[in-house]
Write a protein that binds this ligand. Structure first.
Ligand SMILES: Cc1cc2nc3c(=O)[nH]c(=O)nc-3n(C[C@H](O)[C@H](O)[C@H](O)COP(=O)(O)OP(=O)(O)OC[C@H]3O[C@@H](n4cnc5c(N)ncnc54)[C@H](O)[C@@H]3O)c2cc1C
Length: 463
């Protein structure tokens, strides 16, 4: 850390950044704890300062000032994936939070949206739906569009449409030299490639131009059984995933729900196995496809025609910040032994401290042979399933238990692990060559070309 960092004060930093419309918060300020708080409340971020820009020019001024001070800049939208960023000290880093930059403009005619870097998915899904369009949003309404898209973006429509990053038309960014640029297939094409899957390593994104789709509703819902039936249900689901068309994207999961009053009484405090699915087919075709799963007599069946604005309810993600600990990996395949290992580690009677252990069905438009030729650094997954496990860790004892349970299931599934990881589902620090399989040298070359002094810092560094 430089001497200037030690004496960092609001006036000194302000002088360097000039007239910001946003604000800078430093340790000791009344709003310090609010400014540095991540969506994931289990993460204690202690940066040198927090910058809250309101415009792209603010972002440029902050990046230039950080470089002048010998500091680094870490962009953050919400802090859903803040965990790995804080695994190394942040005392040489300005945390640049984009939460005040939330403008969203939908262009109905051209089926696209310009989304500022602080927006969360609900803020895109709703205006898009008003003009009959859908975005490739993730399962939770309050995940940041920027972090999600930079990592790839696995939506409920993923098997039909591919990764959200494949549908980025352009990024507006500030590069490490403090320059504002619009990056697309024709301008800074290598940077455009790296930004689509390489995460927040290469530039601070200030806005994203996204393609939207003419979809107003889907058939969506969950089938739930007591967790004691997990192995039988998940085995049937695994077989079934091999038969379904790309219009159907599904998740198989084991849930241990806390006895929370916010949950419906038939779910609170229960351990369940669930199949959640979204279908772009009509009700009749979807019902025909679901028949083999319904033959297993689920206790609860919530399938119905669902407007795009309600889809964020399906996965039962927390509606706001929580202290979570999660981790994931891609799985080359899942066979009967893999399911048995998963159920042993996380099923009924396992003693797991996890809230949820899920497998997302990949394939379809996510397959390598369907990756668009002009796709980004992560344009497909060479894996049949994505695994993600999470627990709630409000205090150190719970954190230790969740940590042990995560390690147990990740170790149990390791024999089926794919070479590539999906950075959005990785909430621990991993070596770059465990995160990106092919393409790592090319990502590092882009990093060196655009950020030779390593001013920009990502939660998942490429080097
Ligand atoms: C409850 C929950 C549900 C989820 N559901 C899904 C899902 O359905 N599908 C899926 O694919 N993922 C999902 N995720 C994972 C999610 O996509 C990642 O956690 C993602 O990183 C979150 O983006 P964020 O911007 O909200 O998080 P942040 O922690 O703010 O950002 C993550 C990283 O992205 C980079 N970044 C963010 N903003 C910028 C910017 N403006 N410029 C440059 N870099 C930036 C930075 O490197 C940052 O550290 C889920 C996560 C949670 C906790």
């Amino acid at each position: 850390m430089s001497d200037m960092t030690l004496t960092l004060s609001v006036p000194a930093l302000r002088e360097l950044v000039g007239d910001l419309s946003g604000s800078i918060v430093v340790p000791g300020d009344d709003d310090w704890n609010d400014a540095r708080r991540a969506w994931n409340l289990a993460v204690d971020q202690q940066p040198a300062a927090v910058a809250l820009p309101e415009t792209a020019d603010d972002v440029a001024a902050i990046v230039r000032a950080a470089a002048d001070l010998g500091l680094r800049v870490a962009a953050q939208t919400t802090g859903h994936n803040a965990g790995p960023l804080s695994n190394a000290p942040l005392d040489d880093t300005i945390l640049l939070r984009t939460s005040a930059m939330r403008g969203v403009t939908v262009d109905a005619e051209n089926r696209c949206a310009r989304v500022e870097a602080g927006a969360v998915w609900a803020e895109v899904v709703e205006p898009a739906a008003r003009v009959g369009l859908a975005a490739l949003a993730g399962s939770a309404a309050d995940v940041g569009v920027a972090g999600y898209v930079l990592g790839g973006g696995l939506s409920w429509l993923a098997r039909a449409k591919g990764l959200a990053a494949n549908h980025v038309l352009a990024f507006e960014v500030v590069t490490a030299d403090g320059e504002r640029r619009t990056v697309d297939a024709e301008h800074d094409a290598e940077l455009f490639w790296a930004l689509r899957g390489g995460g927040g390593n290469f530039a601070v994104v200030t806005a994203i131009h996204l393609r939207l789709f003419p979809i107003t509703s889907v058939q969506a819902g969950a089938l739930l059984w007591p967790a004691e039936r997990a192995e039988a249900v998940l085995s049937a689901w695994r077989q079934w995933t091999r038969t379904v068309p790309d219009e159907l994207t599904s998740v198989g999961r084991i849930l241990h729900l806390p006895p929370m009053p916010e949950l419906p009484p038939h779910l609170a405090g229960r351990s369940l196995v669930a199949i959640e699915a979204v279908s772009l087919l009509d009700a009749e075709l979807t019902a025909a496809l679901l028949a083999p799963l319904r033959a297993l007599a689920p206790e609860i069946d919530t399938f119905h025609e669902t407007p795009m604005t309600d889809l964020h309810l399906l996965h039962m993600d927390p509606p706001g910040p929580v202290p979570g600990m999660g981790d994931g990996m891609l799985l080359e395949t899942v066979d009967a032994d893999a399911l048995a290992a998963m159920v042993e580690a996380t099923g009924a009677g396992s003693g797991t401290a996890l809230l949820s252990m899920e497998l997302r069905h990949l394939g379809g438009a996510l397959s390598p042979d369907r990756a668009p030729a002009d796709g980004g650094a992560v344009a497909a997954f060479d894996a049949e399933f994505a695994a993600f496990a999470v627990g709630i860790a409000p205090h150190p004892q719970a954190a230790a238990a969740v940590h042990a349970s995560l390690a147990r299931v990740m170790t149990a599934l390791a024999p089926w692990r794919a070479a590539q990881s999906y950075i959005n589902f990785v909430e621990s620090s991993r070596a770059a060559d465990e995160m990106w399989d092919d393409g790592l040298d090319r990502l590092r070359a882009v990093k060196s070309a655009y950020d030779p002094l390593r001013v920009i810092r990502s939660n998942h560094p490429v080097d």
